[in-house]
Ligand binder design. Structure first.
Ligand code: HEC
Ligand code: HEC
Length: 380
């Protein structure tokens, strides 16, 4: 009977705002339906003058088959009335009667929030033991890693894949190749605050597609492939002029900038020559979103521990792989120097380009940066 109207009304009320036109439309439908039901019971149950009595019969078939004229059972009729009373009660208590909120003030949104608060509290209790703990320590706890895996599935798998093996443009987290660093602290930093890789396009600065090819060939030579020596030599000069400030003298990259190692077999954007040349010509700007605002600190720790556990055996702690103190210091110095020279490089690249399209990189001051990183701050 009025069930479909009730659901429509409830759905409309559930959306929070019902315009007054719709509200009156719904109210009219409900009143019509309920009124119709009442009228139907009264009309069918009414005894008309001339009706045969209950035990009497007015019809005879086949000469001797007769039927009674019994009224509907009382309990059945009463059930019918009860459903109507229930409907009225429902519409007084719950929202549904147009825009009328119902005396209980119940809304699905409030119920959802309360439910969610309850779940969050439960989850917080599950996460609490791991708050502020070191990533590699958390990774030793099987239950924590399980929680971390669930958090990964909900928040990271869309980009990094359900098995964390990544895709083109989305790094594989199950290997030991890290653009931003694979220590517990670095992974946590990546998850909490995100990372923005910035590699500008260099086609113009390299003097066009030919220059791009030359550097790409030079990169192939760095990986020990046999290449045209002339092209590689030309590429090496260009590399020293532009790329060195971020990717390093030996092409091994710089984790502080997220600049990848160009001498290994891992290519975030694909290993075809075309993909590599496109990276060089047009640049790449991979962005890992900050997750502190999305999942909070403790969940970030748990998921970072899960990521860390993917490349470490149970029982393994971070100490073993921490770089020697002097190596770290050196790296930091280099980073500072590089960071300064980056600006210089970018600026030079544009000016060189404007003046001489051939991009004679040897005359650019950036060469200083490549030969002695310490000298580069002076170029500022
Ligand atoms: C919107 C897509 C997206 C989501 C969601 C995402 N990531 Fe990323 N993530 C990226 C991209 C893109 C990069 C690479 C950035 C770059 O180019 O350097 C990245 C990089 C990383 C890195 C650094 C890898 C390296 O080589 O240093 C880690 C670690 C990481 N993500 C973990 C996570 C975790 C854990 C989550 C879930 C909490 C997550 N990511 C969610 C897109 C995403
Ligand atoms: C300003 C710093 C900077 C300079 C200069 C720079 N790069 Fe990059 N390069 C990056 C960063 C950061 C990435 C990572 C981009 C990403 O993850 O989206 C990158 C990525 C790449 C990639 C893609 C690697 C992959 O895994 O797919 C190639 C190839 C590359 N650079 C080559 C070069 C060459 C050749 C030059 C010189 C012409 C150069 N880069 C100059 C910062 C730089």
């Amino acid at each position: 009977m009025s069930a479909s109207v009730l659901t429509t009304a409830a759905a409309a009320a559930g959306t929070g705002t019902v315009s007054s036109g719709w509200s009156w439309y719904i109210i009219a439908l409900i009143v019509l339906n309920l009124g119709g039901c009442l009228w139907l019971i009264w009309w069918t149950g009414r005894r008309r003058p001339g009706d045969p009595s209950a035990t009497d019969t007015s019809h005879i078939w086949d000469g001797d088959l007769t039927e009674y004229n019994k009224p509907m059972p009382r309990w059945w009729i009463n059930l019918f009335y009860l459903t109507i009373i229930f409907t009225v009660g429902y519409l007084v208590w719950y929202p549904g009667f147009g825009a009328f909120a119902g005396t209980s003030k119940w809304t699905s949104a409030i119920e959802h929030d309360a439910e969610k608060a309850k779940q969050d509290k439960k989850l917080e209790a599950a996460f609490a033991p791991y708050a502020g703990k070191a990533i590699d320590a958390i990774a030793q706890d099987e239950r924590a890693v399980k929680l971390g895996r669930a958090i990964f599935a909900n928040n990271c798998a869309t980009c990094h894949g359900s098995s964390a093996q990544g895709a083109i443009g989305y790094p594989n987290l199950t290997d030991k190749i890290w653009h931003w660093g694979g220590t517990p602290d670095q992974i946590l930093e990546t998850v909490l605050n995100g990372r923005q890789a910035a590699m500008p396009g260099w086609q113009d600065a390299l003097g066009g597609p030919q220059g791009v090819t030359e550097v790409a060939v030079y990169l192939q030579s760095l990986r020990g492939e046999r290449v045209d020596a002339g092209l590689a030599r030309a590429g090496e000069l260009k590399y020293a002029g532009i790329c060195v400030s971020c990717h390093g003298v030996d092409g091994k990259g710089n984790q502080a900038l997220g600049a990848p190692n160009l001498t290994d077999d891992y290519w975030l954007y694909g290993d075809s020559i075309a993909a590599i040349q496109e990276s060089i010509a047009k640049g790449r700007n991979g962005a890992m979103p900050a997750h502190l605002p999305i999942i909070g600190e403790t969940r970030a720790r748990l998921v970072a521990a899960y990521v860390w556990s993917l490349t470490h055996k149970p029982g393994e702690l971070a100490q073993a792989e921490a770089p020697a103190p002097e190596a770290t210091a050196e790296a930091t110095d280099a980073t500072a120097a590089d960071a300064t020279s980056v600006d210089a490089t970018a600026a030079d690249a544009t000016t060189t380009d404007a003046a001489t399209p051939a991009a004679e990189t040897t005359e650019a001051p950036t060469t200083d940066a490549s030969s002695s990183p310490e000298a580069s701050p002076a170029t500022k």
